[in-house]
Design a protein. Structure first.
Length: 149
């Protein structure tokens, strides 16, 4: 079952179970998926890699918002954001450890035939697609820079 279908099914289950936080989080994801499907070319179903990218972005934004709310003394809003982020994380693959990330990037570097820092763009393009949802772009970039040096 695709992630898009899992989200739709999750919305129905959240409505039946009367889970407002879960419902709000999943509806937000569904909104962004629909926008992505209708932007430019009209496609029937969004590929899982694109759906994971959307969910990852929303989870990151939610975590940042929660941190801001905490610094402003708004624990009620922070708690709600964190609860929604937890719902989103159910759909994301497990984050890679530093060793796993390094191993995956070594494989990408070998695959594209990168030899030095001048090949960083080619490595980043391939690595970003392959590791979508498993590691943040900044973390990937720092590790690639370290491995190519």
């Amino acid at each position: 079952m695709t992630i898009e279908k899992q989200i739709s099914q999750g919305i129905m289950e959240a409505m039946k179970a009367k889970q407002p936080v879960r419902l709000a989080a999943l509806r937000n994801v569904k909104k962004y998926i629909i926008e992505a499907k209708t932007a430019g070319t009209n496609i029937d179903e969004l590929p899982d890699a694109d759906a994971l990218r959307i969910i990852g972005k929303l989870a990151k934004q939610g975590a940042e918002s929660a941190a801001i709310y905490r610094t402003q003394g708004r624990a009620d809003l922070a708690d709600e954001e964190e609860a929604q982020v937890e719902v989103l994380r159910e759909f994301l693959p497990r984050a890679l450890t530093d060793d796993e990330l390094a191993d995956a990037l070594r494989a990408v570097i070998a695959e594209v035939g990168a030899t030095g820092p001048q090949d960083m763009g080619r490595v980043m393009g391939a690595a970003s697609k392959r590791l979508a949802g498993q590691a943040e772009g900044g973390r990937i970039s720092a590790k690639v820079r370290e491995l190519l040096s």
